[in-house]
Design a protein around this ligand. Structure first.
Ligand code: G3H
Ligand code: 13P
Ligand code: ZN
Length: 333
C-alpha cells in the first residue's frame, strides 16, 4: 500500500471547494507518456494552476502502473524544480470500470478515482459507486461518479446515444453513494467527432461546422438540486481547427472533426463545474506537430526531434486552456 500523501499528491476535495467558490475549473488532462506529462507540469507550474493528472485504464495498461506512479511522483518534484513552491497535483483514475481497478489505484498511490458505472442500471450504479467510496474514503482518496451517459466511446465502454443526466436523480444518487463529485451528461462526448455534420450548422463564411449548444438547462437544474456540489464535465476538448488543418495538411485524414466551443466551456467553468476533462486536444496537438516534422524533414529519425516539437505545442495548448478557458491560473501559488 502506497499513500498518495507520501508521493506529494493531493486529493480533489480542497481544489474543488476553492474552484466552485472562485468561479473557475480545474484542468484534468490525460497522459500516457513522458512528453505529455512534462508539458502538463510545465504549463501548470508556469501558470501556478492546480492540476489533475488523469490515467485511463488504457493508459495504465499502455504505460505500466508502477512506472505511472513514479512518473506522478516525479512530476511533483519536477514542478518544484521549475519553481512551483506548493504544487497542487492530483493523480486520478479516469473511467474506472470495476471495484478491483479502483481499489488497485487507491492502493498504488492515486489520490482520486472515478468509478464510471453510468452504463449500469441506476441501482447497480449506486451500489458499485458506494462500494468504491467506502473503500477509497478510508484512505482519504476522493471519488468521482457518473450519472447519465455520454455519446461516443467512454474508454472501453461504447454508447451510440447520449442520455442527459436526470436532475431528479442527483440528490438521491449523491446522498446514497457519498461520492465527492459527479460527472454529468449535458451534450459533451469523447473524441474528435463530438457531433455529426447533421447535428451542426455550417458557418457560411468559413464552411466550418458549428456545433449545437450544450444543455445548460440540465446543468442549471442539477446545480439547483445540489447547490455547491462539485460537477465534472467529460468530453470537453474543443478540437482546435488549426491542429485539424495541420494534420490534414501533412497527410492525415480527419474530415469534419468538431469539438465543444471554448466560450461554452468558459461559461461552464464559472459555475459548479469544477473539473473539465481534456484528452483529445492534446492528442491532436501531438499528432499535428509530429506529422509536420515527418513531412518537412523526411530524413529525421531522432524521436527527440519530433517529440520535442510535440511537447512544445502541447505545453502551449495546456497554458491556453488554463489561462483562457478554465481560469485556474494563479490559484495554487
Ligand atoms: O475518456 C476517455 C479518455 O480520453 C481516455 O481514452 O481510454 O483511449 O486512454 P483512452
Ligand atoms: P475529450 O475526448 O473531449 O478530450 O474528453 C476526455 C475525457 O473526458 C477523459 O475522461
Ligand atoms: Zn471521460
Amino acid at each position: 500500500m502506497v499513500s498518495y500523501k507520501e508521493l506529494g499528491l493531493v486529493n480533489t476535495r480542497e481544489m474543488f471547494a476553492k474552484a466552485i467558490k472562485g468561479g473557475y475549473a480545474i484542468p484534468a488532462f490525460n497522459f500516457n507518456n513522458m512528453e505529455q506529462l512534462q508539458a502538463i507540469i510545465k504549463a501548470s507550474a508556469e501558470t501556478k494552476s492546480p492540476v489533475i493528472l488523469q490515467v485511463s485504464k488504457g493508459a495504465r495498461n499502455y504505460a505500466n502502473q508502477t512506472l505511472l506512479r513514479y512518473m506522478a511522483q516525479g512530476a511533483v518534484e519536477y514542478a518544484k524544480e521549475l519553481g512551483w513552491e506548493h504544487p497542487q497535483i492530483c493523480l486520478h483514475l479516469d473511467h474506472g470500470d470495476s471495484f478491483e481497478l479502483c481499489k488497485s489505484c487507491v492502493d498504488f498511490g492515486f489520490s482520486s478515482v472515478m468509478i464510471d458505472a453510468s452504463s449500469l442500471p441506476y441501482e447497480e450504479n449506486i451500489a458499485l459507486t458506494k462500494k468504491v467510496v467506502d473503500y477509497a474514503h478510508q484512505y482519504d482518496v476522493t471519488v468521482e461518479a457518473e450519472l447519465g451517459v455520454l455519446a461516443g466511446v467512454e474508454d472501453e465502454v461504447s454508447s451510440a446515444v447520449s442520455h442527459y443526466t436526470k436532475p431528479e436523480e442527483v440528490v438521491d444518487f449523491a446522498t446514497r453513494t457519498g461520492c465527492d463529485s459527479l460527472a454529468i451528461s449535458i451534450g459533451t462526448s469523447h473524441g474528435a467527432y463530438k457531433f455529426t455534420p447533421e447535428q451542426c450548422t455550417r458557418d457560411p463564411k468559413t464552411g466550418r461546422l458549428v456545433p449545437p449548444p450544450l444543455a445548460f438547462d440540465v446543468l442549471d437544474a442539477v446545480m439547483e438540486k445540489l447547490p455547491g456540489f462539485p460537477i465534472v464535465l467529460h468530453g470537453s476538448s474543443s478540437v482546435p481547427q488549426e491542429y485539424v488543418d495541420m494534420i490534414n495538411q501533412y497527410g492525415g485524414k480527419l474530415p469534419d472533426a468538431v469539438g465543444i466551443p471554448e466560450e461554452q466551456l468558459r461559461k461552464a467553468a464559472k459555475s459548479a463545474v469544477c473539473k473539465i476533462n481534456i484528452d483529445s486536444d492534446s492528442r491532436l496537438a501531438f499528432t499535428a506537430a509530429v506529422r509536420k516534422v515527418f513531412a518537412e524533414k523526411p530524413a529525421e529519425f531522432d524521436p527527440r526531434k519530433y517529440c520535442g516539437p510535440a511537447r512544445d505545442l502541447m505545453t502551449e495548448l495546456y497554458k491556453h486552456k488554463i489561462i483562457n478557458v478554465l481560469g485556474s491560473d494563479g490559484k495554487a501559488e
